[in-house]
Design a protein around this ligand. Structure first.
Ligand code: MG
Length: 385
């Protein structure tokens, strides 16, 4: 089936912005993609890789020493796009479950015209309704492929300014005071710290960190506070300690209590567990000042962009965050960094055996890759032990 240049631009939401697309690539597309015969040449493979953590990672839901991620390779017309599924600690997500979910949606990708990615996202969401890193892995691989196919970086699909950035925070997991101090010292290259609190010893943790640094701190409670009066007391104390925002202070279903908190809080309250996709935003919009968009929650780049659009209409600020992941998932998220007021992309900086090279971290922030696609390369030698 042929697709006109005008129709493609409309699908990409970029009608009238043809200057960003290499004309030859689009002309070639019209000649070469004649329908299912051509699309049937697509192939998809995947593999598990174990990512080792520099430190044991502890948050309110649990602890882990390593992550096992699933990497997806979408090949069509001799071009391969790479995607990654990374999993949220303590939620039941894991590599084997992701592979089972991949098997359900890979046929949709094999049979699809890859340029109809907007419709493909909707088809995938019908097949798997819940949050699924498998959806993200395939979506990232497809966008990487599209960028390589058109010879442009992914951020150009969305008309984003590659020079626009904010410093990223670096996460400090919950730990004993002496180890916390060591972690803060090791975080020297990072300008902002994100500290996981669990409701136990919150003041002691911040006091300990303040003994060794005066950097801005962001705190993530991961739903750990259950009482709004206690929560506001802690937030007022934290704001006096240089804490500049509080992420997911209370359980997701305590929307009214969180709205009460937001009205009184001297610092922004950000939703994380409370929002996965664009459909989740309207019901919680009055309870938060901003939302944390993550590719592994949204199901990929396309839905993450939709979330940013919806948040903008509701005057919610945007944080872009991540799971612990390799340079594949992080470089994909960096493609959207110009949309963010706050950035929390440290996943690949927390692992010691990144199998990929991608977006470069420099002076507290990410440099937007200018290579086609998401801008990653697989390292030649890999450790899977
Ligand atoms: Mg969080």
């Amino acid at each position: 089936m042929k697709i006109s240049r005008k129709k493609f631009l409309a699908l990409a939401g970029l009608a009238g912005s043809s200057i960003i697309f290499p004309g030859n690539a689009l002309l070639n597309y019209g000649k070469e993609n004649k329908g299912k015969d051509n699309n049937s040449k697509a192939s998809i493979t995947y593999k598990k890789i174990k990512l080792n953590l520099g430190h044991t990672w502890t948050i309110s839901r649990g602890s882990t020493d390593f992550k096992e991620d699933v990497f997806v390779y979408y090949t069509n017309e001799g071009i391969t796009g790479i995607g990654e599924a990374s999993h949220m600690t303590g939620t039941g997500q894991n590599a084997d479950r992701t592979i089972e979910e991949l098997k359900k949606i890979i046929p949709l990708y094999l049979n699809a015209d890859p340029f109809k990615f907007y419709e493909l996202t909707d088809e995938v969401n019908k097949e798997i309704k819940d949050i699924s890193p498998a959806k993200a892995a395939l979506d990232i691989a497809l966008f990487d492929w599209l960028g390589k196919r058109l010879n442009i970086p992914v951020h150009r699909f969305f008309g984003l300014d590659p020079d626009k950035y904010v410093d990223t925070s670096f996460s400090i997991g919950y730990d004993k005071p002496e180890i916390l101090k060591q972690k803060v010292k090791e975080a020297d290259p990072y300008k902002i710290l994100k500290v996981k609190l669990t409701s136990i010893n919150d003041e002691e943790i911040i006091d300990t960190i303040r003994q060794v640094t005066d950097k801005p701190i962001r705190v993530d409670i991961n739903e750990g506070w259950k009482n709004k009066e206690e929560a506001i007391r802690k937030i007022e104390w934290l704001s006096g300690q240089g804490v500049e925002l509080v992420e997911q202070p209370m359980p997701v279903d305590m929307i009214e209590e969180t709205r009460w908190l937001k009205e009184r809080s001297p610092v922004p309250i950000i939703a994380d567990e409370a929002v996965n996709t664009s459909k989740d935003i309207v019901p919680i919009a009055e309870a938060y000042d901003g939302i944390n968009i993550k590719l592994m929650k949204s199901g990929g780049i396309m839905e993450a962009f939709r979330m940013a659009v919806v948040a903008g209409t509701l005057n919610l600020d945007i944080m872009i965050g991540c799971m612990i992941a390799s340079s594949v998932a992080i470089s994909a998220a960096v493609q959207l960094q110009p949309l963010a007021r706050w950035l929390d992309l440290d996943g690949s900086l927390l692992i010691s055996n990144d199998p990929f090279t991608g977006a470069r971290f420099c002076d507290g922030h990410w440099i937007m890759p200018d290579e086609p696609g998401i801008g990653v390369k697989e390292n030649r030698v890999q450790s899977n032990k």
